[in-house]
Write a protein that binds this ligand. Sequence first.
Ligand SMILES: [Fe+2]
Length: 365
Amino acid sequence: MISNILEIKKYLAKDFIKKIFLLTGQKSYKESGAKNIFDKILLNKNTVTYYKKEYIPKFQELKKIISSLEKFNPDLILAIGGGTVIDYAKIANCLSSNTSSDQIKSGALKLKKKSILCAIPTTAGSGAEVTENAVLYLDKIKFSVENKLIKPDKYFLLPEFVVKSDKYLKASSGFDAIAQAIESFLSLKSNDQSANFSIKSLNYSLSNYEKFIKFPKYENASNMCLAANLSGKAISIARTTAPHAVSYPFTSLYNISHGHAVSLTLSNFLKFNYVNLSRSENRAILSKKYKILFNLTKTKSIDDFCSYMDFLKKSAGLESKLSNLKINLDSALEKIISGINIKRLKNNPIEINTLDIKKILNEIK
Ligand SMILES: [Fe+2]
């Protein structure tokens, strides 16, 4: 599953690829080392480059990307970057420039694929290269575009790009991969196949996450790329649960990186699910899943397991107290609650209400 530059060169040399729309981020393109490589590879191609500017995918910028795409009409869209770049490419490839904000809000979208999409992630990661959904923020609220059409046609995992991402990005995106694997494993939508992807993903991430952040090398970056990719495959089937649902307002209102925002409440929700096991319709299955998670993390109890998750977060340098992130929960609580993604909340193995969420947010105040 890990690729090399030669394979990409071979792929891009194909005859039908004459016009390439390169979508990337100025900083990540250069710092990942992708610029050095692709400047040469794309020399003989008719290429238009769009450098995304926003930190998270926003509707206004998406419209600009769609307009450039429609004007150029490429044979291939090459998305080289993190989750924002890949999500932009996935949505822009299927929506027309006439799409209104109302259509995004209502979900009544007309999707039509324009080009072949090839994704090369520079973070490990959201697994966006394999998922059928993408995130878009409109008026600081998170929306999801979900459709088979938006899934990239091709992807290449190149650890040599990922190893150079900055420390905070490694910590945040790596934690996203861990959280996605755990959440999808516990999700009401999980099945044998998604559970298998989750476990495989955790086997890679749990033994490489710390090393990848503190001593990044090609090998641990490769393993984190695989962990992210497998977590993407798992969430494609089982989706995410409460920690993701609650994370979105922290990203849209306070610019907290996605994986970091998810990490804020992960262990609190893991504990909430466990202490409320008796409320589960499939108590035996959920209890068995927790035992598997304890085994994977070499822990013996729920407190032990949550401490382990907190330790991972702390050693990665991810701040967990809202006050230290300059978030005043008392004044922002209602705004945060209104930005929560209800759809993802419904996948949680234990039913959660607003009071439960407020209690959990107060725990991380
Ligand atoms: Fe995620």
